[in-house]
Design a protein around this ligand. Structure first.
Ligand SMILES: C[S@@+](CC[C@H](N)C(=O)[O-])C[C@H]1O[C@@H](n2cnc3c(N)ncnc32)[C@H](O)[C@@H]1O
Length: 160
């Protein structure tokens, strides 16, 4: 069973010590569980659009001490600027764009995003550059024989 894969660990490596994190589409909650094990985040809010994955996240992450689970679409369950880092991972590039484009003012209220598109990474890069968001780091990880791109983007808003 996939758990703390190289992809999950690489995403986590972009979280600075003591950050507050929102994991959008948290599903199994392994990222939060890994961050808890590593002591790498002060807080992790886990969201998902569907009840089933959120229940899975609860099962895996709650015992590690992170207990904030929210049902909803994209950034909707978050208050503006509520987290210093937002992770949107394991979704198609166009789904990620849809989440970021849904409410541009809210998107800009979070300082840092760690994006991991499963598809259409180039379309996502193009959209980020059209919005003048700065890509500060890029890397990739192999998972089940597939290359997974990881893109760190900053909005320029460094207030939490
Ligand atoms: C393939 S899983 C990825 C899970 C985890 N983020 C990872 O990278 O391993 C995608 C998850 O995103 C959720 N999801 C899809 N669209 C979403 C949206 N618009 N807002 C919140 N969650 C969404 C799905 O329900 C699913 O649990």
């Amino acid at each position: 069973m996939a758990k703390y894969t190289d992809r999950i660990r690489k995403i986590a490596s972009y979280i600075d010590a003591g950050e507050s994190v929102a994991d959008i589409g948290a599903d199994h909650g392994y990222l939060a569980a890994w961050l808890a094990r590593e002591g790498a985040a002060r807080r992790v809010i886990m969201t998902d659009i569907a009840e089933g994955p959120l229940a899975a996240a609860r099962g895996n992450a709650e015992r590690h001490g992170f207990t904030d689970f929210r049902l909803g679409d994209g950034l909707a369950p978050l208050a503006p600027g509520e987290a210093s880092a937002v992770v949107i991972a394991g979704m198609g590039g166009e789904t990620i764009i849809g989440i970021l484009a849904a409410d541009l003012a809210k998107t800009a209220s979070f300082a840092k995003y760690i994006l991991q598109p499963r598809t259409k990474a180039d379309v996502l890069r193009g959209w980020l550059s059209s919005r003048r968001y700065e890509i500060t780091h890029e890397s990739s990880a192999m998972e089940r024989g597939r290359r997974c791109d990881i893109i760190v983007m900053r909005t320029g808003n460094d207030k939490e």
